[in-house]
Design a protein around this ligand. Structure first.
Ligand code: ATP
Length: 233
C-alpha cells in the first residue's frame, strides 16, 4: 500500500529525514516511534504531500506520489490527521464531518456519518455542539471522524493520544484497531511507545531522521534497545 525508499526531506535546505525506508501493507497498523525531534511528524508531512521529498521514492497503491498535492492524495484515499487536529472550531460536529466528505458523492454522506457515530458515540450525542468547546479527547475523535468521512484507504495519525489520560489513550488506540478492522490501513505516530507497539502489527523506530529498527510490535517491545530507550525498562 505504501513504500518509502531512501526518502530524504526537510525544511528549506535543512535535511531532517535521511534515507527513510518504510513499508506498510494493506490492512496493517504500522507504528512509528521515536524521541522528540526524531522526524516522525516530518515523515507524515512528506507522505501526505505537505513536504516534497528532496530525493527517494514514495509509492502509494503502486503509483509514485512524490510531489503530488495533498488534495489529490485525499482523493486517492490517503488522509492525514495532524497533531494539532486542525478542526473548524466554530463549526459543529456535524458540519466538521460534512467538510471531511468533500471528495465524496452527496449520497454517501449520511451512511459515512453513521459509521463515525458508531465508532465514537459521543459525537452523535453532541452532533450540534461547536467543536472548540470540546475536550482534547473529543476533538481527537472528531478529527479522526472527519478523516474517515473521506473514505481513506490509508490514514496517517499524528499522536492521537496527545493530551489524553492513559485510560482515554487506550480507548483511542482501541478505536484505531477497530478502524483497521474495517479495512483501513493506519500509519500511527506515537510518543507513547508502549501503547503504540501494543496495537501495531509492525513498527519502526526512528532516530535522527532514519529508520534504525523494524519488527512486529511484539518483537520491538521485547528488544532490549527499545525497552531501555523508549519503554523506560
Ligand atoms: P515531536 O514528537 O517533538 O513532534 P517528531 O519526531 O515528530 O518530534 P519532527 O516534528 O518531525 O519530530 O521534527 C524533526 C526536526 O525538524 C526537529 O529538529 C524540528 O525542530 C524540525 N522541524 C519541525 N518542523 C519544522 C519546520 N516547520 N521548520 C523547520 N524545522 C522544523
Amino acid at each position: 500500500m505504501l513504500t518509502l525508499e531512501k526518502v530524504c526531506a526537510g525544511y528549506g535546505r535543512m535535511r531532517i529525514l535521511h534515507e527513510i525506508d518504510l513499508h506498510l501493507g494493506e490492512g496493517e497498523i504500522v507504528a512509528l516511534v521515536g524521541a522528540n525531534g526524531a522526524g516522525k511528524t516530518t515523515t507524515l508531512r512528506t507522505i501526505c504531500g505537505q513536504l516534497r521529498p528532496m530525493s527517494g521514492r514514495l509509492i502509494f497503491n503502486g503509483t509514485s506520489v512524490a510531489g503530488r498535492r495533498s488534495d489529490q492524495l485525499v482523493r486517492d484515499g490517503l488522509v492525514h490527521v495532524p497533531e494539532d487536529r486542525a478542526l473548524f472550531g466554530t463549526l459543529t460536529v456535524e458540519e466538521n464531518l460534512r467538510m471531511g466528505a468533500w471528495t465524496r458523492p452527496a449520497g454517501e454522506i449520511e451512511a459515512r456519518m453513521r459509521e463515525v457515530f458508531d465508532l465514537f458515540p459521543v459525537l452523535a450525542e453532541r452532533r450540534n455542539q461547536i467543536a472548540q468547546t470540546f475536550s482534547g479527547g473529543q476533538q481527537q475523535m472528531l478529527a479522526i471522524g472527519r478523516a474517515l468521512m473521506a473514505a481513506p484507504k490509508l490514514l496517517l495519525l499524528d499522536e492521537p493520544s496527545t493530551g489524553l489520560s492513559p485510560k482515554l489513550t487506550w480507548h483511542m488506540l482501541d478505536a484505531v484497531r477497530r478502524i483497521r478492522d474495517t479495512g483501513v490501513s493506519v500509519l500511527l505516530v506515537e510518543q507513547n511507545a508502549r501503547q503504540a507497539l501494543g496495537i501495531a502489527d509492525r513498527a519502526y523506530v526512528l532516530e535522527s531522521g532514519a529508520t534504525v529498527l523494524e519488527g512486529t510490535g511484539r518483537q520491538l517491545s521485547e528488544d532490549s534497545r527499545v525497552r531501555k530507550a523508549y519503554l523506560g525498562l
